[in-house]
Structure formats: structure tokens, C-alpha cells
Design a protein around this ligand. Structure first.
Ligand SMILES: *Cc1c(COP(=O)(O)O)cnc(C)c1O
Length: 212
């Protein structure tokens, strides 16, 4: 693994843009290399894989784990127990369950609500209209802190199209008075920064190509 990409991107980012190192598919050794450069936030999307790495890396006290994968309802308790951030909350039912479980577990996870801004049948998420409609109600949910919105753009868009979708996310977050937008991956992070991302989720551009 080459850390030069990581260092270069880090140097370019405005101070309000956080970098989440998406380590799914990569080993603890690779995580430690970046950890040694001062990276503390790591994102994983497969629950079992993440738990195994957390166990191996448990002596690194300041690592913050972010769950970014599709959430299965039956894993919510263990996600709440083991992750500080959850970026991929894509339905009212799951948010309610996360809140109830967090209360029971005395945890306070930081939440990004996944929004669906384009017709992409492979992606879940709240539609902006629904989110606005239920906003008052979900703000009353206990034990969670809704920090922002998360979105994944479809692959293959032009730069202009990427920026347009990311700006929709930023605009919606602003209108709900939410600080964070978790948006931008290896292929579209520069557009995401331009549109107001506060959390880039970067995997392959810093770790190299995944084998899956
Ligand atoms: C894998 C993944 C990423 C990182 O993807 P790269 O293209 O490797 O940067 C970001 N967000 C989510 C939700 C992912 O599943």
C-alpha cells in the first residue's frame, strides 16, 4: 500500500471536510499504516468483517468506527454497541429501532440519514419529501443524534451531474439545519467537496483496489 494518495488528499482538504477511511476489504495492517499518519475515523460496511477488525485493533483507543453498509434489522443492537457513527440509516423503521436500542444500551450513536436523490433501484434511502414530512417526529427520538445526511451517487455520472446531486443533498441538509453531508467516494470526492461535503468516504483511492 502507498500512503502518498492519502497524504495528498489530506493536504488538499478544507478544514471542515473530514476524511473517513473506508477499510472494508483491507487488513488491520493496512489500517494501522494510515492510523500511524493520524487517521482515526474508519468506515466498514460488512458487520462481521468489522467486528473481527475491531477486536484485533482494540488497543488503539482513539479509533472511531463508522458503519456505512446496508443495515439489517437483526444486527442493529450489535451495530449500536460497536459503532460511534451510523451513516446508512435508510428507513423510518430502522431509525426508530436504533433509537430504542440505543436507549436500552445507553449509547448515543451519531446518525446520518441516507437520502435517495436519483432513481437508482440498487440504492435505498429516504426521499427528500418523506424526510421533510417526518422531520418533526424523528427529531423527538431518544438517545440518537442526527448529525447529517448521507448520499451515494450512481456510477458513471458526469462531473456536472455529480455536483448537481451533491448540491441537492447539501441544500436539504441546510434546510433541516443539519451540519453534515456524508458524500463523495473515490471517483467523485472532488465534486463532493465543491458541493459542501463534510465527510468523504474514501476506500480504494487510499488503500488500493479491493479484491471484491
Ligand atoms: C465501499 C464504500 C465506499 C468507498 O468506496 P471507494 O470507491 O472505494 O472509495 C464509500 N461509501 C460506501 C457506502 C461504501 O460502501
Amino acid at each position: 500500500m502507498e500512503i502518498s494518495n492519502y497524504l495528498q488528499i489530506k493536504k488538499k482538504l478544507p478544514s471542515n471536510v473530514n476524511l473517513l477511511a473506508v477499510s472494508k476489504g483491507f487488513s488491520c495492517q493496512e489500517i494501522e499504516i494510515i492510523k500511524n499518519e493520524g487517521q482515526n475515523d474508519f468506515g466498514e460496511s460488512r458487520f462481521q468483517e468489522a467486528i473481527e477488525k475491531q477486536l484485533l485493533l482494540k488497543d488503539h483507543e482513539n479509533i472511531k468506527w463508522h458503519f456505512i453498509g446496508r443495515i439489517q434489522s437483526n444486527k442493529i443492537r450489535r451495530i449500536v454497541q460497536n459503532f460511534e457513527y451510523i451513516h446508512s440509516v435508510d428507513s423510518y423503521e430502522k431509525l426508530l429501532k436504533i433509537s430504542n436500542v440505543s436507549f436500552e444500551e445507553q449509547k448515543n450513536p451519531l446518525i446520518m440519514l441516507q437520502v435517495k436523490l436519483s432513481e437508482d433501484p440498487t440504492k435505498g434511502g429516504f426521499s427528500p419529501e418523506v424526510l421533510i414530512e417526518i422531520w418533526e417526529k424523528i427529531q423527538q427520538f431518544k438517545s440518537i443524534k442526527i448529525k447529517g445526511l448521507m448520499t451515494i451517487n450512481p456510477k458513471g455520472l458526469s462531473s456536472t451531474e455529480n455536483i448537481k446531486l451533491f448540491k441537492k443533498c447539501r441544500y436539504l441538509a441546510d434546510s433541516l439545519k443539519l451540519q453534515d453531508c456524508s458524500m463523495g467516494m473515490s471517483g467523485d470526492w472532488e465534486e463532493a467537496v465543491e458541493a459542501g461535503s463534510t465527510w468523504l468516504r474514501l476506500g480504494s483511492i487510499i488503500f488500493g483496489n479491493r479484491t471484491y
